[in-house]
Design a protein around this ligand. Structure first.
Ligand code: ADP
Ligand code: MG
Length: 637
């Protein structure tokens, strides 16, 4: 009746419910027959109730016993029920047979309920998947043709009509539309997309007609990867769950030993009669079983993960959901994280020997090889000019890029980096650069051999939600929020001030970011890092919780981070943290409640205040309650 055997299919849920119903009906008629004094009929009907209601638990219990050599709660229940029935037959106390059957009935009902609850979590995740259509309208020699998704090839062009669901990830080659990406980002506000931009399977096209070129196989669609990650998350038990599972195994053995002692000793020590003794030992088996404890964690975490997935927050496992609730310090990257990363060249200056066009075209010759946001801005700005690609181009993450053009060494990057190659940056240009940096712009320098050619100022936009997010994080009690960036101190300061961050660490190389996370961990223990780029990957991996701006799908981010913000919206950090805290508090409530009810039921049983059916109701009731309490995390807030 318990997790994880109960990640059941829909049909099995139905079978379980049906079995419980039939068991209930048989029990009722058996009880009736007993009252009329039809003993034979009563025993027949009640036996049928035992078999039908208890079959599933017996099967699971025996499988666990044989396969894993472990005792589980299912088996304890069956033993208790059969024990009660035997006692009843032996002492001719037939109401005990009814007690055992009630035990089986309640056990079957709660098993079915839990199965249903877990199924609901599963379905909530699966509903993501059902959003993608399974055919696409492919353009083939000017003709439209409906083809199944798995027959599409990279390079095919497909047509999307207004109002249609997009069947697979692709790049827009013609058309313009607004797209509702709620299925993958949870964000219901449509986003505008046009030629050159990527659209995702499962999202909904607005009023425009679009032509897409397929640039990757359907199996690697973003939504497929999301589903896969969520499924992996479901399978990996967090440490707290493993602890409980281990505890449960030892505990079950203790219960059996104590149960046996309780069935033997009391007549000698406490002068109980044998019937009372055995009856109470059986009740003990039932109430002491740790069902509620086992159901305390996983349903809650799975619900939390499912809830996150629906809002564009991808938790790779339950442990990260728990950790996110404990974060005490956060380090946030600047470019692409606090800012949109949709950067634009705002100024270009050249030294006396060169022109602005020289500077832009030479920079573009190298940047055309890079994926960095700065690179995209430079190439964009040079798109109307004539230039050639450089050769031997090499990107140095966090610093810049080097390469050859017309047999000259070209260097492009931040001041410190370019200064490694040139003797001195001209004072006039430096003054200008500093003034731009105070405006929050990023300045990159360009050099040919040992000679400075000029500098390019790049403007980035602070994400509109950044300031409010930082404020919320502080309200939530995050003790330390720092900005870490590879960009220079002045630019970093300006941006930090604008969003309300006081601690700034600038001019960091990827390994410096990693070390900074380490030192934060020494002080604050649970540290989150939010980033977007390759240069953030080591720090993301080191942080207790690495959070990546999904940028709707950057691979490095998806792989390294523990949590991916598919929506690329900074405020989702706050939602993730609230979700983490709620999960934590629900789990704490559950564990406290489960332990308390087990102890109370054991005490009541020992003092002789409960009978078997009441014991079962208390036991199963508490299990169902903790499961339902966990399911509260499915609700959006
Ligand atoms: P952040 O940490 O803010 O995300 P990066 O670590 O990616 O920034 O880059 C740090 C700095 O290194 C940039 O501000 C820029 O000056 C320089 N830089 C890195 N890559 C490039 C590039 N491809 N072209 C020019 N400059 C670069
Ligand atoms: Mg970055």
């Amino acid at each position: 009746m318990l997790y994880p055997q109960h990640l059941t299919k829909y049909t099995k849920e139905h079978a379980d419910i049906l079995a419980a119903l039939v068991c209930g009906v048989l029990l009722f008629f058996g009880w009736f027959a007993l009252h009329l004094g039809w003993l034979g009929w009563a025993i027949l009907l009640l036996s049928a109730a035992y078999v039908i209601g208890g079959y599933e638990s017996a099967r699971e219990g025996i499988t666990t016993l044989i396969k894993e050599k472990e005792l589980d709660v299912d088996l304890l229940m069956i033993v208790a029920a059969v024990g009660a029935a035997s006692l009843g037959l032996w002492r001719r106390e037939y109401h005990l047979i009814i007690d055992g059957a009630i035990l089986i009935l309640i056990f079957a009902i709660s098993g079915a309920l839990e199965g249903y609850a877990m199924g609901r979590t599963e379905r909530s995740i699966r509903s993501l998947m059902s959003l993608t259509p399974d055919t696409a309208r492919v353009l083939h020699q000017g003709q439209e043709q409906m083809l199944p998704i798995n027959q599409l090839k990279v390079g095919d062009e497909i047509v999307i009509k207004p109002g249609e669901l997009i069947p697979t990830d692709g790049i827009i080659v013609s058309g313009y539309s607004t797209i509702n990406q709620a299925a993958i980002t949870g964000e219901s506000l449509p986003v505008e997309k046009t030629i050159g931009e990527e659209v995702f399977a499962g999202t909904l096209n607005g009023y425009g007609a679009l032509k897409l070129k397929i640039h990757k196989p359907a199996a690697s669609n973003l939504i497929q990867r999301v589903i896969q990650l969520v499924e992996e998350a479901q399978e990996s038990a967090p440490p707290s769950q493993e602890f409980i599972a281990k505890f449960e195994r030892g505990y079950a053995k203790v219960i059996v030993v104590v149960g046996i002692l309780l069935a033997i000793l009391p007549p000698f020590i406490l002068a109980w009669d044998w019937e009372t003794t055995i009856y109470r030992a059986l009740t003990f088996l039932v109430v002491a079983s740790p069902c509620a404890l086992t159901a305390a964690i996983m349903p809650a975490l799975l619900s939390g993960i499912a809830n996150g997935a629906r809002q564009g927050i991808l938790f790779k496992n339950g442990a990260q959901l728990e950790n996110m609730g404990k974060v005490r310090a956060i380090a946030i990257d600047k470019t692409g994280t606090l800012t949109t990363g949709q950067v634009q060249v705002s100024q270009v200056i050249a030294t006396d020997e060169y022109t602005q066009v020289d500077v832009l075209t030479t920079a573009a010759a190298l940047e055309s090889f890079s994926e960095h946001p700065i690179a995209k801005a430079v190439v964009q700005a040079a798109s109307d000019l004539n230039w050639e690609h450089g050769t031997d181009v090499q990107a140095i993450p966090g610093q810049g890029i080097v390469g050859m053009l017309n047999n000259q060494n070209i260097t492009l990057g931040n001041a410190a980096f370019v200064q490694l190659y040139v003797t001195k940056l001209p004072q006039k240009l430096q003054d200008l650069a500093h003034s731009w940096e105070y405006e929050g712009k990023t300045v990159v320098w360009l050099a040919q051999n040992t000679q400075v050619m000029g500098a390019i100022a790049i403007a980035d936009m602070i994400r509109p939600e950044a300031t409010a997010t930082i404020r919320r994080l502080r309200q939530l009690g995050v003790e330390q929020i720092v900005m870490i960036t590879g960009d220079n101190q002045r630019t970093a300061q300006t941006v930090a001030q604008a969003v309300g961050i006081t601690q700034v660490y600038a001019e960091l190389l990827p390994e410096d970011k990693l070390n900074l996370i380490r030192s934060l961990q020494k002080q604050y223990h649970t540290v989150a890092m939010v980033g977007d780029g390759i240069n953030d990957a080591p720090a993301l991996a080191q942080a207790t919780v690495g959070i990546a701006m999904g940028g709707a799908g950057s691979d490095v981010a998806l792989e390294t981070a523990d949590i991916v913000l598919i929506a690329d919206r900074l405020e989702k950090i706050v939602v993730a943290m609230e979700l983490g805290r709620r999960s934590q508090s629900i789990i704490k409530q559950n564990i406290t409640f489960a332990l308390t009810s087990i102890i109370l039921l054991m005490l009541a049983n020992f003092l002789g205040n409960i009978n078997l059916p009441i014991g079962v109701i208390g036991h199963e009731g508490s299990t169902v309650l903790v499961t339902l309490n966990g399911l509260r995390l499915l609700r959006r807030f």
